[in-house]
Design a protein around this ligand. Structure first.
Ligand SMILES: Nc1ncnc2c1ncn2[C@@H]1O[C@H](COP(=O)(O)OP(=O)(O)OP(=O)(O)O)[C@@H](O)[C@H]1O
Ligand SMILES: [Mg+2]
Length: 270
């Protein structure tokens, strides 16, 4: 069930897409968890606001526990924090994730996140994982733990070129560690319909048979306001154009999940 939002490139919209899709799931009554694997903690701040500075539990504590012998280990649910929004929980990030990274990698803890999320599978209807802009221990852990992968694309030529290497990385994880992992699709973000270049770049992806999801997400300053107020779009402005795009994207993903012919609904295959 877990969906990872992944792109090694920074600033393409991973955290924005993770949190807004999760907020919509929760708003629709689905029990929803966001796992924030990025030491920058942007999703944690977006969903928890000021409480993100000192969350009562964190993912860093979870990973730290995997490195130690503890007579009475905490269960995975103890590392989950409720957000101010109904049905929406977070496994918060903290800067300590940065310090733990090398130790976790050298001690082969790459399957720990998958085990933890398996434990929580009955408690949640949707799990979204936000990842840092890198291919490192945390992103690999997430790709191993997930069933679905969303790839944000910011309509930039460098991003288009980087997509092929990215998809190869995903395929390598599929082959070596996780045959359940499926690329759900590419999410076009900050799309400007009046400019020629974004149209052309997205068309190239479609022509190459890549699974580009609909609808595309528009660029809007309201998103920055939404971050600043720690209120996902569905709570800040339910009627805003970008909110309706997120809701439609959420619905498209739900249809992909429910349909046995899932891949044929997105444009093309990977
Ligand atoms: N559709 C959008 N319209 C306007 N601004 C956007 C949109 N999507 C994202 N942004 C802005 O772009 C910036 C990067 O977004 P975000 O933090 O979600 O990307 P990211 O891929 O998670 O970044 P990082 O790789 O650093 O984790 C933020 O300032 C955000 O407000
Ligand atoms: Mg981010």
């Amino acid at each position: 069930m877990p969906i990872v939002v992944f792109n090694q490139k920074g600033g393409v919209g991973k955290s924005t897409i993770t949190c807004n899709l999760a907020a919509i799931s929760a708003h629709q009554g689905l029990r929803t968890l966001v796992v924030d694997l990025d030491p920058q903690g942007n999703s944690t701040h977006y969903l928890l606001g000021e409480a993100a500075d000192e969350p009562p539990a964190s993912l860093a504590e979870f990973f730290d526990q995997t490195l130690k012998f503890t007579a009475r280990p905490k269960s995975t649910a103890d590392f989950v924090v409720a957000s101010p929004f109904d049905n929406l929980h977070v496994m918060p990030s903290s800067p300590a994730l940065d310090e733990l990274h090398a130790k976790l990698e050298s001690r082969y803890k790459i399957y720990k996140l998958r085990e933890a999320l398996d434990e929580l599978a009955d408690d949640y209807d949707r799990i979204y994982i936000d990842t840092p802009p890198a291919l490192n221990f945390y992103t690999r852990s997430a790709l191993i733990a997930a069933n679905g992968c969303l790839i944000p694309f910011d309509c930039d030529d460098f991003s288009r070129r980087a997509l092929y290497a990215l998809l190869e990385n995903v395929q390598e994880i599929q082959a070596d560690h996780n045959d359940q992992l499926e690329v759900k699709g590419i999410v076009v973000n900050q799309f400007q319909p009046r400019a020629n270049l974004p149209q052309q770049l997205v068309q190239e992806l479609i022509d190459e048979g890549l699974p580009v999801l609909q609808p595309y997400l528009s660029a809007s300053v309201k998103i920055k306001e939404s971050h600043q107020q720690s209120k996902p779009m569905v709570h800040l402005d339910a009627r805003h154009k970008v909110t309706t795009e997120f809701v439609a994207l959420h619905e498209a993903l739900g249809a992909l999940n429910d349909s046995p012919t899932s891949k044929s609904r997105s444009r093309g295959r990977v």
